[in-house]
Design a protein around this ligand. Sequence first.
Ligand code: GSH
Length: 220
Amino acid sequence: MPYTLIVGTRDWSSWSLRPYLALTATGQPFEEILIRLRETQHNATRDTIRKFSGAGRVPVLKIEEKGKTVTVWDSLAICETIAERHPEAGLWPDDWAARAEARAMSAEMHSGFPDLRDQLGMDFARTLALPALRPQTEEQIARILSSWEAALAAHASPDGFLFGRFSIADCMYAPVVSRFTTYGIPVSGAVKDYMGRIWTLPGMQAWLKASQKEVEDGIA
Ligand SMILES: N[C@@H](CCC(=O)N[C@@H](CS)C(=O)NCC(=O)O)C(=O)O
């Protein structure tokens, strides 16, 4: 098995969820190593992660193949690598124009929405009260909802994902589906259906089970 995915506490680690879903979608077996986030001792989490990657952040993907070990850090770089190594999984749309949009949407998520991240932290297994939102957070939520609506309308298909078939764009936004669910952000129509589709993916349900266990065990 060439793949080991190093993830953070599932209940909180929105960045780890993305490559987990991408790798799961390929059907390839992989090992998982869990690193507990938010350790109270100063720098304890960072120091543990640094055993795998100098960046000191999860997720990290280790690929061991033909006597060679390659370490890939950063969720988007990992998703790209998985898509490139498993073209049969179709993790980017086939059409170049749709692919360009899917990449742009993924990059927007990767580098943006700081207020949303700050105010609506991922807490996968919990339902929490919606805090008083800053105007910037409201704007970022509205932007995400309108870009989902536009993508779903432009790429309508029986699969019902952002670009028709399940893609990296869906992996990138899956943590937002969790945040919106946790805090009860009101949604309707195509967006509500889309969120339901993401939530019931086997990978999301497996992540939910693992997050619930972390909550039960008192580590999240
Ligand atoms: N841009 C990075 C960000 C990763 C990131 O910030 N990960 C957080 C956990 S979700 C982390 O490793 N934090 C380390 C710490 O809490 O010390 C990526 O996409 O992978």
